[in-house]
Design a protein around this ligand. Sequence first.
Ligand code: UGA
Length: 439
Amino acid sequence: MDIVVIGAGYVGLVAAASFASFGCRVYCVENNESKLRQFEAEQVDIYEEGLHELVQQGVHDGRLSFHSRLSDVLESAKLIFLCLPTPSVKHGIADLSSLLNVCEELGAVIPNDTVIVVKSTVPAGTTARLERVIRHAAAKLGKQVDFSIAMNPEFLRQGCALQDFLHPHSVVIGTKDPRAADRLVRLYESGLQNPVIQIMSPVEAEMAKYASNYLLAARVSMINELANLCEAVGADIASVRNVVGMDPNIGSGFLNAGIGYGGSCFPKDIEALIKTANTYGLDVPIMRAVQSVNDRQKQRLVANIIRRFGNDLAGYRFAVWGLAFKPGTDDMREAPSLDVIHALSALGASISAYDPAARRKAQIVLEGVSVEYTAGKYDAVIDADALLILTEWEEFYEPDLAQLKERMRQTLIYDGRRVLTKEQCRNSGFELIQIGAGR
Ligand code: UGA
């Protein structure tokens, strides 16, 4: 089956490389010239385990190719996936301009008997709107077009996107059209092992995607609020979480307390969901609380530092381990580390930072903020008054505490991600301040 994937961003590239691995011929369309040149040189600008290799394999096998013009690749396309970004412009309003522009273009050039598939995360009602845009664009040219549309959201987590794509908990197909459903079912059944496929209306598929991210983010805010309460009463959230996580009705996922959630999805999607609710005149106090608890959580570690060091941090040096919004990625979008670094820097602190992957992107988003980036984790702690652990990268779990002690000015660690244990630190004379651990 010939497939066109429009947009070679995170979701588009993972989908394109995966469909090529199913044996399909995949034409990936990308209008960013510098990205295209990278792909032609078999370079992938996204840090994601296995993706580079899968893209290379697809290209070598002649099943995956990259193009700049949509009209060049449509002739034999049976499925056209729209994987374009829908960033939040203001107060949760999604910017649909890339999608709308492509649909205008599709109206003019789309061949008959195609299925358009929306993979981007879009607000309720958008798939129906895109269908109207395509029909309208075709009608303006006096054309009758024969196509179907479906919404097929993605539930990929960065860092394990390929694993999630190739072994999804379920495949959601939102369409009212049997042709679209049949074609997508055939595609996924050809490449996945016994996929659980759920067929529903487009608006249900759109809502399912937002609901999933909202509920996951809500769990993070709930456990973070509980963690703060545990600190106050002298309990450890880790023990509490272990107990509640054993109850199958609660489950253990997304119950790690920390310095708040970030990334390109949770913050944006919750904002968008609140916006949709408001458009329909609905107040959604729980959704708003999920957001405000997270905003506060991102400041919690800084509040602890101020309590200890005071409001003027001039002359103090803080070492940061971990910048990315979570481990396994170099993505800095909405990373809680940004809130911490901005706050400390505004109070006059000097900051050194180490991240195994996100340094380059951090330097771009933190332009103008004075941070010394180091190549190794032990270089970052030299003369530091405290070490702050902000992302739970694997390599932070068993640090050489003797080496830290030798290099740091004070033996103090703020563990924002519950990476270390009290025992580890006690034995080596470190004071450990952890989210959710009462003292
Ligand atoms: C999230 C969802 O998990 C995916 O299902 C979804 O497909 C994706 O958004 C998307 O919409 O594209 P992702 O943003 O990659 O995936 O990251 P998560 O692993 O969900 O983590 C999000 C944030 O929550 C991170 O900052 C992480 O540190 C934080 N988190 C997560 C916690 O603080 N505690 C936890 O227990 C879990």
